[in-house]
Design a binder for this molecule. Structure first.
Ligand code: FAD
Length: 460
């Protein structure tokens, strides 16, 4: 990074022994898999742009054709999701009519989405469940759309804020009066009559797994600026900026980007001062809740799996089972297992069953295995199993999040040079994190050159 000809000295402090946070790729007996996030939205420019800049563009892959559909668990069985569904919105009449788990009345109500009046002015925020029920009707919302959207956050559709979690859908309603009209714009109304087809997956990932992106970033950054095993324990203001109290000593700096999760930032901003702006910041950040998840992986002999794994996996709506979802990794991505082997992942916990994440490894593996067998049928014996936990890995943008972000921005105005970025604020996906990081860097670099007396600050 440089402002004009002057390089800006930057240092990065990471509490754990490795970089990447949630992003981690593991290798076991010739299998390779992403423990947490496995891909990101290629339809957004930020993630692809970063890969391009790092020379990784040629390495990006999309899901295999057979890994583009998804099943839904219902009454102990797996039923294929209707074709032509986009973010829970049915874009194909044929796909909706074929759908086996909606009643004729439920289908009719969902088809009437373009006739539903837009949201009244003055409604501050609506939950995912509330928004989707209003637009698509309770049946389509509760059985399909809300579990699909809330699943992205491992959250509760009744508590998550639609406005904070899926602002693009709220915006479609605001601008076009209907989700369907907004999504079909350009294609025309007759688009709904076209035969349903599974759209190209919008997700991409490096061939070797997502951690390749982190390793490449570490390669291109100056090694002397990167510090692992260095926890930031507190932050205090000085006359010229801030002092960071880290587990390896103190560091003075003119500006700070706090890219740790909200709960961690809340601890370190309040440790140094019991009142004032830091105290207010901590109080707001402590209100952002999170959900815990575990991912459980099994390596299998493909010949022992009777079910054709012709999709990316399945989602388990509330009341249907003890896992949240499963991914058929070898159907979704190439090069993840030796020939003749299959790799599956179960998601456990979330807002629905947080207590399950605290089970011991053996009990958690057993639970995941039993649930996979219940839905998928015979799977043979697992070649190996692995359990990973994200105890505070999924920040929840619940009702009130939009207002909280506005209050955080107001507090930060009194703390020049301080920035908050990451999945706890304006968007949960990797492209959101990249966008925020770039915006913070840009503001830091521009403010002094634009003649501002003090650097700006913000939640970006
Ligand atoms: C199971 C799971 C699956 C997901 N799947 C996807 C997906 O497929 N696609 C997608 O786009 N997103 C996905 N996400 C979301 C994605 O992981 C996040 O958006 C993103 O990784 C968050 O990055 P972050 O830097 O904000 O936080 P984190 O990844 O949590 O990183 C924060 C870092 O800060 C460090 N830290 C914390 N406190 C301190 C401190 N006091 N001092 C120093 N360092 C500190 C931590 O050690 C950590 O390394 C998934 C999340 C989970 C949990």
């Amino acid at each position: 990074m440089g402002r004009g000809e002057q390089p800006v000295p930057v240092e990065l402090f990471e509490a754990s022994s490795r970089f990447g946070g949630n992003i981690r790729t593991e290798r076991v007996d010739g299998f390779s898999f992403d423990v947490g996030p496995d891909s990101f939205l290629g339809t957004r420019p930020e993630g692809v742009g970063l890969c391009r800049e790092l020379g990784l563009e040629e390495e990006l892959i999309t899901p295999k054709p057979e890994g583009r559909g998804v099943y839904l668990a219902r009454d102990g069985r797996l039923e294929r999701m209707p074709e032509g569904l986009s973010l829970g919105v049915p874009l194909s009449l044929g796909g909706l009519l074929d759908c086996s788990f909606l009643s004729p009345a439920g289908k009719l109500r969902a088809m009437g989405e373009p006739l539903v009046p837009r949201r009244r002015d003055g409604v501050a925020e609506e939950s995912i469940a509330g928004f989707m029920r209003r637009r698509l009707g309770p049946e389509m919302a509760d059985r399909l759309a809300a579990p699909l959207l809330a699943g992205v956050y491992a959250g509760d559709a009744g508590r998550l804020s639609m406005d904070a979690a899926f602002p693009q859908l709220v915006d479609l309603e605001r601008r076009h009066g209907s989700l369907l009209r907004g999504m079909l714009r350009g294609r025309g109304w007759l688009g709904v009559l076209q035969p349903p087809k599974t759209p190209e997956s919008p997700f991409i990932t490096p061939r070797e797994g997502l951690e390749r992106l982190v390793r490449r970033l570490v390669e291109v950054l100056p090694a002397e600026a990167l510090h692992t095993d260095t926890r930031v324990e507190a932050i205090e203001r000085t006359a010229t900026g801030y002092v960071l109290k880290t587990s390896a000593g103190e560091r003075e700096c003119s500006a700070v980007v706090l890219a740790a999760p909200p709960w961690s930032v809340a601890e370190l901003v309040t440790r140094g001062s019991a009142e004032g702006a830091f105290h207010e910041l901590g109080a707001e950040l402590r209100e952002i809740r999170w959900s815990a998840t575990a991912t459980v992986f099994f390596g299998l002999d493909a010949a022992s799996v009777e079910l054709p794994l012709d999709a990316s996996g399945f989602i388990v709506p509330e009341g249907e089972g003890r896992i949240l979802a499963a991914t058929w990794i070898t159907s979704k991505w190439s090069d993840r297992a030796p020939a003749g082997k299959a790799l599956v992942r179960a998601f456990v916990g979330g807002a629905r069953h947080p207590e399950l994440v605290e089970l011991g490894d053996e009990a958690l593996s057993r639970l995941a295995w039993e649930e996979l067998r219940r839905f998928m049928g015979p799977l043979g014996e697992p070649l190996w199993g692995r359990v990973y936990r994200y105890r505070r890995g999924n920040p929840q943008p619940e009702l009130g999040h939009v207002g909280r972000l506005a209050r955080l921005r107001a507090i930060l105005e009194g703390l020049p040079g301080l920035f908050l970025t990451g999945s706890g604020y304006g968007g949960v996906g990797i492209p959101d994190c990249v966008r925020q990081a770039r915006a913070a860097a840009q503001l830091l670099l521009e403010a002094p050159s634009a003649g501002a007396a003090r650097p700006s600050s913000g939640v970006v």
